[in-house]
Design a binder for this molecule. Structure first.
Ligand code: UDP
Length: 370
């Protein structure tokens, strides 16, 4: 059988890498090719290097100031010759990006069976996260097989009348990636890790990431205002913020936070360095989806800069708190948590609602049986 695995952004690459690796071990049953749209370029390439994945097709679509209309159209049109020539039996898409949505449409046109990894996450709020919520609903409607990370995500699919036989609960492949990478990171620390260790010493570290489209503009003004107050509250505390490359993120972050002595604004980190920093941090403030899934299994409390989440499992377990983008609330929740040992210990409980690291093995067993 022929597989085509398509992805385009950093988080998709991290979560699809273990699937690519696992399929490569089954080359007697599957011919597996990888196609990247490169909706992100630099951040995607870091991940491909780390996991030693060489794409068979690279659409290299990223353009400065790219918009959703052009990106969607270009992905569909550019995939046509690849789908026609390789003629895969199965196409795999991941999650909720524009690549996911457009590639699932193209794969459907080609007649391939379309498989959705990380299926069934929902907020049921069309505008949050935008455009991800609609991207994943469209992909869910199109896909033939749905690999849901949790029973909650399976239940969402059942509510949408998706046939139960086409759904498999696997855990999230992000945990496969994390468990496969942690040892390697500790064994071979990079120069970045060696250097940042000198700045860090024993200081309290807060790790921050943020990029969501719906936080662009006023949201980021308030988030950065809050981070400034949290930094000024204790100069021994270090805030490390690998800043997403999107100019709508870069501009407010640099303007508001650049001159603070205990805020370190750095380029997006290689995946292995980011994992290392997550492990070293006291707590994480983020609007990222993937980080919400990784942190609980490292025992790190997370404050999420959003009002809703499609990942309620860790919120229910108490290791993740939604704080939105209200400046006062972000400051209050952060400082309260840092000064309340009992609450902090409760939130730092190791907790892993997103799987046992064997998601990819389960996916492949399922596909083999078809
Ligand atoms: N990540 C990374 N370098 C960074 C920040 C995050 O490799 O500087 C990783 C992180 O471990 C997680 C993923 O990128 O697996 C999350 O990506 P992002 O927040 O961009 O997207 P989302 O998960 O929100 O879709």
């Amino acid at each position: 059988k022929k597989n085509l695995i398509i992805f385009g952004t950093r988080p998709e690459a991290i979560k699809m890498a273990p699937l690519v690796k696992e399929f490569q071990k089954h080359s007697e049953d599957f011919e597996t090719k990888v196609c990247v749209t490169a909706q992100h370029r630099e951040m995607l390439d870091q991940v491909l290097d780390f996991f030693e994945i060489k794409p068979d097709f690279d659409l290299n679509l990223m353009k400065p100031g790219q918009n959703l209309y052009d990106l969607t159209a270009t992905i569909i049109v550019s995939l046509k010759p690849i789908l026609e020539e390789f003629n895969p039996d199965f196409v795999y898409v991941h999650g909720d990006t524009t690549t996911t949505m457009a590639a699932s449409i193209a794969a459907f046109y080609s007649g391939a069976k379309v498989c959705h990894i990380e299926a069934g996450l929902r907020t049921y709020n069309k505008w949050s996260p935008f455009p991800e919520e609609i991207n994943r609903q469209v992909a869910g409607r199109i896909c033939d097989y749905h690999f849901a990370p949790t029973t909650r995500s399976k239940e969402n699919l059942l509510k949408e009348n998706i046939d139960e036989d086409t759904i498999l609960v696997t855990g999230n492949t992000v945990i496969d990636a994390l468990l496969q990478s942690v040892d390697k990171v500790n064994k071979e620390p990079s120069n970045f890790i060696k250097e940042i260790n000198i700045t860090l010493k024993n200081r309290e570290l807060i790790l921050v990431t943020g990029h969501r489209r719906e936080n662009h503009g006023e949201g980021f003004e308030r988030i950065c205002g809050a981070l400034k107050k949290i930094a000024e509250d204790n100069l021994e505390r270090l805030i490390v913020y690998p800043v997403h490359l999107n100019p709508k993120v870069q501009e407010p972050v640099n303007r508001i936070l650049k001159n603070l002595s205990n805020v370190l604004l750095i380029k997006p980190l290689a995946y292995q360095d980011f994992i290392w920093l997550m492990n070293r941090s006291k707590l994480i403030i983020t609007d990222s989806g993937g980080v919400q899934e990784e942190a609980p299994s490292l025992g790190k409390p997370v404050l999420v800069l959003r009002d809703t989440t499609e990942r309620p499992e860790a919120v229910d377990a108490g290791t993740v708190v939604l704080v939105g983008t209200n400046q006062e609330l972000i400051v209050k929740e952060t400082l309260d948590l840092l000064s309340d040992n009992e609450r902090f210990d409760e939130m730092s409980r190791l907790h892993n609602p997103y799987g046992d690291g064997k998601a990819c093995k389960k996916i492949i067993e399922f596909i083999k049986e078809l």
